[in-house]
Design a protein around this ligand. Structure first.
Ligand code: C2E
Ligand code: MG
Ligand code: MG
Length: 250
C-alpha cells in the first residue's frame, strides 16, 4: 500500500492519508490499480483483496499512531464491495483496535458503484454509517451523478474528480464547475475534498472557495507507510507557506 496525504485546507494541517494499493509485478513491473482492480472484480477476487487491504491499512495505521502520527485513513472500495452488506462487519473487525474516533476512517466509493445496485449499495452504506465511519463519494462529476440520489445518500463528503482540478489554475470552465460544485455540496451539508492539486495557484483558489480538504502532487505524492512520518515533517515545514499561498502582503 502507498499513502497520500489529505490536508485540511484552512490550516494546511495533515488530516488523513488515502490508502492506494500497488502491485509491482516481477516481470511486468508497475500495474495500474485501475487495471488490476477491474480484473479482481471480474475474477471474483476483489472480496479477498478488499479484506486484505482493510487489515493491512489498519495495521500500518496502528504503527504510525504508535510513532505519534495521529492521522486518519481513507480507503477506496470497489463497486462490488458495496453489493455485500457484510462488508460493515469486516470493516469493524479490521479496525477493532482503532484508537482514534471512527469518523477518522473514511471509505471512498464512486458514483457508478452507487448506481450499479442502488438498493443493496444503500443498505451496505447504512450499515457502514452505523459504525461511525465517514463516507465519501469519490471521482464526483465523472459518473452518472443523479443529484436527487446524492441528496438521499448517507454520505458526508464529496470528492471532486481530479479531471476538474488538474488545470484549475488556467481553465475558467473548470473553475466554474468546481466552484459551483463546492457551493452545491455545502448547500447539501457535505464536506468537499479536491484531488489532483498540482500547483500553488489551484491550492489557493480551492482554499479561498471554502474547499475543506486537499490532496495532490503539489502537497505530496503517495508514499510507502514507512515514509509517512518524514512526509509529515516536510508538510509541517511548509505549513505557513501553504496557509498563506496566493495572498499578497499589500
Ligand atoms: P482514486 O481513489 O480517485 O485515487 C486518486 C488517484 O489520483 C491515485 O491514483 C493518485 O495517485 C492519483 N493522484 C493523486 N494526486 C494526483 C495529482 O496531483 N495528479 C495526478 N495526475 N494524479 C494524482 P492511483 O493510485 O493510480 O489509483 C487509481 C485508482 O485506482 C483510484 O482512484 C481508485 O479508484 C483505484 N484504487 C487505488 N487503490 C485502491 C484500493 O485499495 N482499492 C480499490 N478498490 N481501488 C483502489
Ligand atoms: Mg479515492
Ligand atoms: Mg478520484
Amino acid at each position: 500500500m502507498n499513502y497520500q496525504p489529505k490536508l485540511d485546507m484552512a490550516s494546511a494541517g495533515f488530516h488523513q492519508a488515502e490508502a492506494l494499493v500497488r502491485w509491482i509485478h516481477p516481470d511486468l513491473g508497475f500495474i495500474s490499480p485501475e487495471e488490476f482492480i477491474f480484473l479482481a472484480e471480474q475474477s471474483g477476487q476483489i472480496t479477498e483483496l478488499t479484506r486484505h487491504i482493510l487489515r493491512r491499512v489498519a495495521n500500518d495505521a496502528g504503527k504510525w499512531h504508535a510513532a505519534g502520527l495521529n492521522i486518519g485513513v481513507a480507503i477506496n472500495l470497489s463497486a462490488l464491495d458495496l453489493t455485500r452488506p457484510e462488508l460493515a462487519k469486516e470493516v469493524a473487525e479490521a479496525f477493532s483496535q482503532w484508537q482514534l474516533p471512527m469518523s477518522s476512517i473514511t471509505l471512498e466509493v464512486t458514483e457508478s458503484a452507487l448506481m450499479e445496485e442502488p438498493e443493496t449499495a444503500f443498505e451496505t452504506l447504512r450499515r457502514l454509517r452505523q459504525l461511525g465511519v465517514t463516507l465519501s463519494v469519490d471521482d464526483f462529476g465523472t459518473g452518472y451523478s443523479s443529484l436527487s440520489q446524492l441528496r438521499n445518500l448517507p454520505v458526508q463528503e464529496l470528492k471532486i474528480d481530479k479531471s476538474f482540478v488538474l488545470r484549475l489554475n488556467t481553465e475558467p470552465q473548470d473553475q466554474l464547475i468546481v466552484r459551483s460544485t463546492i457551493d452545491m455540496a455545502h448547500g447539501l451539508g457535505l464536506r468537499v475534498v479536491a484531488e489532483g492539486i498540482e500547483n500553488a495557484e489551484s491550492w489557493a483558489l480551492l482554499r479561498d472557495w471554502g474547499c475543506e480538504i486537499g490532496q495532490g502532487y503539489f502537497l505530496s505524492r503517495p508514499v510507502a507507510a514507512g515514509d509517512l512520518k518524514e512526509t509529515e515533517q516536510s508538510l509541517t515545514d511548509r505549513q505557513q507557506e501553504l496557509r498563506y499561498a496566493g495572498e499578497t502582503t499589500s
